[in-house]
Design a protein around this ligand. Structure first.
Ligand code: ZN
Length: 303
């Protein structure tokens, strides 16, 4: 690790090269194990989409989603915040960015990606509604208004991911009533940003399960903007038992994290695509994996 601490003092390109070299060497020594024959690892990227009013973020995300679809054959999952939530509404009001224009950007992204909902709820005094401050009473109206706003764009969001990784049975019940069927807010045994624990004992990353039927849970891996050699190790340690059963996970990232970094994130997508057991799935394939109309290689739901 001494090499890594020295590397931190190098200029950015040299630092990046040093990190890739060290992790590349480690990866040769301890490669990610292949699963038993017949197993599948079903994946998609899941964006916490928060800065669509930023021209560079929007343009970069749109280009990224086109490239992602060309590589994987499916649309990335973009869970978006909307002007019906106070955080976006207040920011648009300050900058003069019109909600209609924000909606046009969501529509443009819907042509190349799957649009879901990213919920950030704040208390009356503007504090994150997390860490014991979350109440469904305070969030309920916002959930309805935001999903209605997306429906008015002719979208029917099925995917959800929680701001600050907040999720609770009451929240999932409210989301299910608005048509959400897939939640990517859990992270195995990790807590939310403010230390919230998920209800009861939940399965580890890699499992597909339900906390509140009919909402399917697919857990998030770590944020994926990093060199492949390093991320590969995180996938291998995050899903330790690929075993002989189907496994499921999402690769999360914030939209604004795409700006100003080299395109290693797409390298990760390309590298994962080369693994024989990886398949990229639509939200409907994740929610209804046994439906006969999906691909011939559709897998069986873990029992
Ligand atoms: Zn967020």
């Amino acid at each position: 690790m001494r090499a890594m601490s020295i590397a931190q003092h190098l200029p950015a390109p040299l630092h990046r090269l040093a990190v890739q070299t060290v992790y590349g060497a480690l990866n040769v020594l301890r490669p990610m194990p292949l699963p038993a024959t017949g197993a599948t690892l079903s994946l998609n990227a899941c964006f916490h989409t928060e800065r669509l009013d930023d021209d560079a973020v929007f343009a970069t995300l749109l280009a990224w989603c086109r490239d992602f679809r060309a590589i994987t054959g499916v649309g990335a999952w973009l869970c978006v915040m909307t002007p019906e939530g106070s955080m976006i509404r207040d920011r648009l009001a300050r900058s003069g960015f019109e909600a209609e224009r924000y909606g046009e950007r969501v529509r443009a992204l819907a042509d190349v990606a799957e649009i879901g909902y990213h919920g950030h709820y704040v208390t009356a005094d503007g504090q994150p509604a997390a860490g014991g401050r979350f109440t469904i009473e305070a969030a309920q109206d916002q959930i309805r208004a935001e999903i209605s706003w997306l429906r008015e764009l002719d979208l029917a969001p099925q995917i959800y991911t929680g701001g600050w990784w907040v999720v609770s049975p009451e929240l999932l019940t409210a989301l299910a009533a608005e048509g959400i069927r897939l939640d990517c807010s859990t992270r195995g045994q990790q807590s939310g940003t403010f230390g919230d624990r998920y209800p009861g004992a939940i399965p580890g990353v890699g499992e597909r399960f339900e906390l509140v039927p009919p909402v399917v849970e697919i857990a998030s891996l770590p944020y994926f903007a990093m060199p492949w050699a390093r991320y590969r190790r995180l996938v291998a340690s995050g899903i330790p038992d690929l075993g002989d059963r189907p496994q499921w996970a999402v690769l999360p990232l914030h939209d604004y994290s795409l700006v100003g970094i080299p395109r290693d994130d797409l390298d990760i997508v390309r590298q994962l695509s080369r693994l024989p057991y990886v398949r990229w799935v639509t939200a409907s394939e994740a929610i209804y994996p046994n439906a006969p109309e999906w691909r011939a290689d559709a897998v069986v739901t873990p029992g």
